[in-house]
Design a protein around this ligand. Sequence first.
Ligand code: GSH
Length: 222
Amino acid sequence: MMQLYIANKNYSSWSMRPWLVLRAFHLPFQERMIPFSEDLAGGPFKQTLKALHDNAKVPVLKDGELLIWDSLAICEYLAEKYPEHALWPKDIAQRAWARSVSAEMHSSFAALRSLCGMNIQADFSTQGKILWDAHAELREDVARIEYIWAQRPQASAFLCGEFSIADAFFAPVVMRFKAFQLPVSADTELYMQQVLQHPAVALWVEAAQAEQTLARMEQYAR
Ligand SMILES: N[C@@H](CCC(=O)N[C@@H](CS)C(=O)NCC(=O)O)C(=O)O
């Protein structure tokens, strides 16, 4: 059976994406949780991951002898392995759009990523207001994401109608918007609710809420 190596559900936005795809489409896999160490470079997290693969980051998918070590590559692999499921939309134009926005998410939004790290348990609303006022580049990232989400076919739909890899890629962003209470439109709120109510997302969030926090990752809580 496939094995997905992930880190803490409260923090690991990259791990969340392929995990959601596997759960949402009921694909058979075993979860291998390797919690982050307080000492990231020298602790057991890096040692375990280095023994698995020289990239030494999560997520990693192990399928027999095959290792795939990047969240987008893992999702592409799953889409190829299970063509009977619409991991990407079936329509070629929708699929091209879904791939474009997922790749954009994968490679962009540096301000949002660096200022508003994923922390599902946290209420960083006070910090969110300060960051919002101080960082035009954060406001630009959020505006671009809101524009992308507003392209979905209906207000009550996922990005391409049904849940797909594109929604899994933006699910960690929903968590960031929520924890930092960033001021978004009513339409964005609707999409966020849609994502939060997805059974796979709800399962991830429930597990994240039960995890112990790491001092190293709680810079805004201090
Ligand atoms: N581009 C990679 C990024 C992987 C990544 O940065 N993972 C983080 C966890 S969320 C990690 O393993 N960090 C440990 C480190 O940087 O040493 C992907 O999409 O999988």
